[in-house]
Each structure stands twice: as structure tokens, then as C-alpha cells.
Design a protein around this ligand. Structure first.
Ligand SMILES: [Zn+2]
Length: 273
């Protein structure tokens, strides 16, 4: 077995009991630091309930995303108009982003769409999006490079989250390993993400656990504003300096979506007779 990211050799770093019963080794790449498990034969069992009962942080994570993603989109992709949330789970994030005025759609073949019904990839003809998002997805991937290529087929720009392998902490005790659920099987370093970005000819940017692969090269002003959270200024008629603000005012889609869904439901009810 070689590194799934850069093909260099691996080194076993520890073993865990996956799903409390299977002894599984974790291997770290000697070149890029990426960590992968033994070939995961337990995934069917691990996904019997796609979002596990241990995942009580799901709403907090969505709230956290709202602090970051709209700012990323407005700053780095101001011309963007349509978005896809890949492996979007119950559709919570899509609904929240639509409420803020971002025309988001959901894709997830493993999980029922509960909160963003009628705003699924299966509801539209479009297969190209200005930005695709994938939160807490990469650590689940059995074949990261192949899967990321699939994700990037939807857009030239990808915003995603995954926690990076800690540098100081004892990796064996890192909560992200989450061996009892058996779902986390791929753990990335910054170097591994740089290598992946390069494979797909993307620029790579990061802000803590949030990452961006983009065909675009961002300006210093954009990076200072959205990644470093630093106020930046531009010359104003060569005299005063004006504070740069990349945020875009958007009307929310809640009312329009309500009307759209109402029409769909009426149509269905009338045709049932
Ligand atoms: Zn590697």
C-alpha cells in the first residue's frame, strides 16, 4: 500500500478498534504526512445510518459555516450566482444559504434531503456551478484524488473543510480519528492538500480548517479581508483611504422558495385526482 495522495511509502503509526470491533492500522505517508487506514472493508456497516447519533455538533458546524462561507463567496467569487453543496447531508446548509440569498443546491446520494427538498441536484438540469462546497467530506473518502476530481467536475472553485493532522498533539488521541464511527479514513496535512491542488492545477488557500481550491488567483486585498480578517484600505482620490468591504447585499430566497414549492405541491395535488 502506498500513499493515496502522492504515492510515497507509508509508515504504520498506530492501531485502533474501528466500530469497537475491527483492529485497523493507521499509516502515515513519509513524504506528505497524509494518514490513511487499512483498506476500509467496514464502510457499509459504518454508514448504515449516514449521519450517526454521535454527531451532535451538526447544527453548531452549520452555524460556524455561516460565519465563513458567505464571506469567502462574496470576496473571492463576487460574480458567482449558482452553487452546489456536495454531500450536503440533510440539506441544512443549503437551506441556510438560500435564506441568505445564495442560490445553493444539494447533492448527496447517501442521505435524505430533509431541509432543502426541491433544491437538489436532481431537481435541476444544471451540472456546472460557480462554486462547489464540500464540508466534512474529504476525511470520508476512500479514494481522495478520484473523488475530488468528481467534485471538481461541478465547478472550477471548491470551498471545503477538513481538520488538518495536528503537528504537536499525539495523533492517536486526536478526536478526528473517531474510530468508533468508522467513517473517518483519510487525514490531510497542508502539504497533502497542496499536492492535490497542484494535480488539478488549482491555487490553494486555507483558513484554519477551511480550504479553497480555485482556478483563480486571489489578490492580497481579498486574502487580507477574508482569510486574515484584516481591514484593508485603498487610496481614495489619492487622498483619503477608503476601507475595503467585499460583502454583497443580497435579498434572501425564503419567500421566493416558498412560492416555488407551493406551486410544485399544488401541481402534484391537482394531478393526483
Ligand atoms: Zn503522501
Amino acid at each position: 500500500m502506498n500513499c493515496k495522495i502522492c504515492e510515497a511509502s507509508l509508515e504504520k503509526i498506530f492501531s485502533k478498534k474501528i466500530l469497537l470491533k475491527y483492529d485497523v492500522d493507521y499509516h502515515q505517508c513519509t513524504h506528505c504526512g497524509f494518514i490513511q487506514t487499512d483498506e476500509p472493508f467496514w464502510l457499509d456497516e459504518a454508514y448504515r445510518n449516514a449521519i450517526t447519533s454521535l454527531d451532535i455538533g451538526i447544527l453548531k458546524r452549520n452555524n460556524d459555516l455561516l460565519q465563513v462561507v458567505p464571506k469567502f463567496i462574496d470576496t473571492f467569487f463576487p460574480q458567482s450566482a449558482i452553487y452546489l453543496d456536495y454531500a450536503g447531508g440533510y440539506g441544512i446548509f443549503v437551506r441556510l444559504m438560500r435564506d441568505l440569498g445564495y442560490d445553493f443546491y444539494r447533492k448527496d446520494i447517501y442521505c435524505e434531503n430533509i431541509f432543502s427538498k426541491h433544491f437538489d441536484l436532481t431537481d435541476i438540469d444544471t451540472r456546472k456551478f460557480d462554486v462547489v462546497t464540500a464540508f466534512e467530506v474529504l476525511e470520508h473518502l476512500e479514494n481522495p484524488v478520484v473523488e475530488i476530481e468528481k467534485i471538481l467536475s461541478y465547478s472550477d472553485n471548491l470551498i471545503f473543510s477538513t481538520d488538518l493532522v495536528p503537528k504537536e498533539e499525539n495523533i492517536e488521541n486526536w478526536v478526528y480519528i473517531a474510530s468508533e464511527t468508522g467513517q473517518h479514513i483519510a487525514f490531510y496535512t497542508e502539504k497533502a492538500l497542496h499536492i492535490i491542488a497542484k494535480k488539478f492545477e488549482k491555487n490553494y488557500y486555507k483558513k484554519s480548517s477551511y480550504h479553497i481550491f480555485s482556478s483563480k488567483k486571489f489578490t492580497k486585498e481579498q486574502i487580507d479581508y477574508a482569510i486574515n480578517d484584516r481591514a484593508t484600505y485603498k487610496e481614495f482620490f489619492g487622498l483619503r483611504k477608503k476601507r475595503l468591504d467585499f460583502r454583497i447585499q443580497r435579498p434572501g430566497l425564503l419567500e421566493a422558495d416558498y412560492v416555488k414549492i407551493q406551486k410544485i405541491l399544488h401541481y402534484k395535488m391537482l394531478n393526483r385526482k
